[in-house]
Design a protein around this ligand. Structure first.
Ligand code: HEC
Length: 126
């Protein structure tokens, strides 16, 4: 293939490749953390005892993250944070590793559920 043809083909292919980096968030190649406000604080504090993967594979609300941090502080030797630093960490985690929106299907409607075999017919005797 001559150079001109090769360039023409590359030019054709470029628009197909261009949108990909826009979809993916920029991540730290070392830890995998999404690069955004507070990520370095999280990296510095949350990769000391275990892999960053343990953090990035988890997800949940701010409350979920807060209770995980309390659990590690109470039982795993995690140090206390100054309130501003803790807020930075929790904001970052809740924003970038928040509850997964499509991880669970919505509950089934009542009329789609099977009969409950344990249902008490007579509440008065229960
Ligand atoms: C002082 C050590 C220490 C530090 C620092 C630490 N952790 Fe942990 N963390 C642990 C231990 C120990 C476990 C349990 C590991 C295991 O089960 O193998 C754990 C487990 C976890 C888990 C998995 C919990 C689960 O449900 O399985 C997550 C998520 C986590 N840590 C997040 C964090 C975050 C976020 C930070 C930074 C704020 C952090 N960790 C800093 C000790 C630490």
């Amino acid at each position: 293939m001559n150079i001109a043809k090769r360039l023409a083909l590359t030019a054709l292919a470029l628009p197909l490749l261009a949108p990909l980096p826009l979809l993916a968030q920029e991540t730290d190649p070392e830890s995998g953390f999404v690069i955004a406000d507070g990520w370095q604080t999280v990296k510095a504090n949350c990769t000391v005892c275990h892999s960053a993967k343990l953090v990035t594979q988890n997800s949940g609300s701010r409350n979920h993250w807060e209770s995980l941090i309390r659990w590690m502080q109470d039982t795993q030797g995690l140090w206390q944070f100054r309130p501003e630093m803790e807020a930075t960490i929790l904001d970052y985690l809740a924003e970038h590793y928040g509850p997964k929106e499509h991880a669970r299907r919505p509950p089934l409607a009542r009329d789609l559920l099977p009969e409950n075999p344990y249902k008490q017919e007579d509440q008065a005797s229960g």
